[in-house]
Design a protein around this ligand. Structure first.
Ligand SMILES: Nc1ncnc2c1ncn2[C@@H]1O[C@H](COP(=O)(O)OP(=O)(O)O)[C@@H](O)[C@H]1O
Ligand SMILES: [Mg+2]
Length: 338
């Protein structure tokens, strides 16, 4: 006895959305794009009710948090090698300790996105003002030269307070660069029509002028990753790096799904390649934004449907993380035979 749900349906003829009744969904992908919306009481209640419902499979229930991601990936030796050293930025000693090992640090809000609030600290011991602090602005970044770590800490903690967010401090990676502009990779990993994680595609983002991140709205631009990697490493090494990128994304996706509480059907990832060709993981997002590259965008939409069809045909709610029981869901069978 399926109950019906109210939903919006797009009408091409009138280019409008109309409210209508649908059979109750058995698979739901939570695409709420803003953390603020997900924190609203009625939204929280609805998500909790959906998650409790044995007849519904809910995907990508939560946003990731940068600190949890690093803990999860640190737990597994297969993914540990790809994560820069990361600590919770709770006190100035965290900065001083990390700076004895790494000359460059990235400081990032745990629930940040699109580069908001990101800072870098660089030590240049030979200089009178040895600490260079850069803070990401709307476009480009602001630079402060500080004589002591105390001054750096004062500035950093006031930024963290203004944003109302805890920070992580992370080993800075010297990214491979073209014309002195660093670039990184945005990958989309999805479950495919066989229920397995697969890399749908990835693009490159080249940093904008004086920006400490590569985000396009902050002056970065999109480029072809293969072309960039070949121009830096040559054909043969670029091929190896590309293979490594692919393997890394799959290992990372599996480990995130294993550690996170809930099922996932896709995620995007930011990865860096350093000047030696090593691949580094920066972050993953459980609500990937629309991919700018049309070929990735199109494939990504197809995959969501292909995976849903796979689940509808084979999945049962007793899915283990990372592997499926191919036991047929009785209710699905009833729905199909109606
Ligand atoms: N540890 C790091 N070393 C070098 N570059 C980094 C590091 N962390 C982040 N970046 C750069 O900053 C960008 C934004 O960082 P990210 O962790 O993705 O935060 P956001 O959620 O704001 O997108 C990355 O895409 C990368 O270009
Ligand atoms: Mg990012």
């Amino acid at each position: 006895m399926l109950r019906a749900s109210r939903a919006l349906l797009y009408r091409k003829a009138t280019d409008s959305w109309v409210k209508t009744w649908f059979p109750r969904p058995t698979i739901i992908y939570n695409r709420i794009p803003q953390r603020e919306d997900e924190r609203l009481p009625h939204v929280k209640r609805k998500l909790a009710a959906i998650a409790r419902d044995p007849d519904i499979r809910l995907f990508n229930r939560r946003f990731f948090n940068k600190w949890s991601l690093f803990q999860w990936l640190h737990e597994n030796s297969a993914t540990k090698a790809y994560i820069p050293e990361t600590k919770k930025l709770t006190e100035p000693e965290v900065l001083s300790k990390l700076l004895t090992k790494h000359r460059l640090l990235y400081l990032k809000p745990v629930r940040g996105k699109a580069g908001v609030g990101i800072m870098t600290v660089k030590v240049q011991p030979e200089k009178k003002m040895p600490y260079r602090l850069q803070i990401q602005e709307e476009k480009g970044s602001k630079t402060y030269h500080c004589a002591s770590l105390k001054t750096v800490w004062a500035k950093v903690s006031s930024q963290s307070e203004a944003l109302g967010e805890p920070y992580i401090a992370q080993q800075g990676i010297t990214l491979a660069a073209v014309n002195e502009r660093p670039f990184d990779l945005r990958a989309l990993v999805q479950k495919n029509s066989r229920g397995k994680w697969e890399l749908t595609g990835f693009g490159a983002r080249v940093a904008g002028d004086s920006s400490i991140t590569t985000h396009v709205p902050r002056g970065g631009y999109i480029d072809d990753p293969q072309k960039l990697l070949v121009s830096i490493f040559g054909q043969e090494k670029a091929r190896k790096v590309l293979r490594k990128v692919k393997n890394t994304t799959l290992k990372v996706a599996r480990q995130i799904e294993r550690s996170s509480d809930g099922s996932l059907c896709e995620m995007s990832m930011d990865l860096g390649v350093d000047q030696t060709g090593h691949v580094w993981f920066f972050e993953a997002n459980s609500k990937p934004m629309k991919f700018d590259e049309p070929h990735i965008r199109n494939k990504s939409l197809q995959r969501i449907f292909q995976y849903s069809v796979f689940l509808h045909r084979h999945g049962s709610r007793q899915e283990h993380k990372g592997g499926l029981h191919l036991e047929r869901d009785k209710r699905m069978a009833i729905a199909e035979s109606r």
